[in-house]
Design a protein around this ligand. Structure first.
Ligand code: CA
Length: 226
């Protein structure tokens, strides 16, 4: 399942683009404001974002920047006619493509497909797939399957799982997790943040604290996957 975040305040365009995307079997999260879009970022496992530049609250560039702090999936910007400057700004802050309005929905769909194909091809053939006791993790496609069923992790949960997998067999300290993933200074209170995410991860992976199948707590140190 491929999920696309669509941020567009013009209802007719949003509805039309949504319609075409759904027709291609993509799951669409449609947001009319930047604030709403930012809320979705941590909740959903997104594979591509389409961002309108002119929004009532934030602009599309801010959302693009926010996504790029943690994510590498393709971003397509929608700009109004004549906003050539937007195209340049968009590409420098990490957008992958842009479309000028008015555009044909089918052309946007073609660009979406091209971007998704590029990601798949680029990441293809690497050995970034891990399988641990019924848990299957595709690090590049950010896909996690548990006993053949896909489980949906937030970007933060996925990053923690990825970090633990990359250090399989070794304990990763809470401090290490926090500094790698949040990129901020670690305080004692940061540990609570990590604990919350680990708890959610365990719930989603049906793992238990007492008899962990996947994530083990190493008391006084941190966590590990064996
Ligand atoms: Ca707009």
């Amino acid at each position: 399942m491929t999920t696309i975040l669509l941020v567009e305040d013009e209802k007719e365009i949003a509805d039309l683009v949504s319609y075409y995307l759904k027709n291609e079997n993509y799951t669409v999260i449609s947001c009319a404001t930047g604030t709403q879009a930012l809320e979705e970022l941590d909740k959903q496992n997104i594979h591509l974002a389409i961002l309108d530049v002119m929004l009532p609250d934030l602009d599309g560039f801010e959302i693009c920047r926010k996504i790029r702090e943690t994510q590498t999936y393709p971003i397509i910007m929608l700009t109004a006619k004549g906003e050539e400057i937007d195209k340049i700004t968009g590409l420098t802050i990490g957008a992958d493509d842009y479309m000028t309005k008015p555009f044909k929905p089918l052309e946007l769909i073609a660009r979406v497909k091209a971007q998704l194909r590029r990601v798949t091809t680029y990441n293809g053939g690497t050995d970034s797939v891990m399988s641990i006791r019924g848990l299957f993790i595709d690090l590049d496609r950010r896909k996690v399957l548990l006993d053949d069923e896909e489980i949906y992790l937030t970007p933060l949960e996925f990053s923690i799982l990825k970090l633990l997998c990359e250090n399989k067999g070794q304990a990763v300290s809470s401090e290490g997790i926090f500094q790698t993933i949040w990129g901020e200074k670690y305080y004692t209170s940061s540990n609570n943040t990590i604990m919350v995410h680990i708890r959610h991860l365990r719930e989603k992976m049906k793992d238990s604290v007492e008899k962990p199948k996947y994530i083990k707590t190493v008391w006084g140190v941190g966590y590990k996957i064996e």
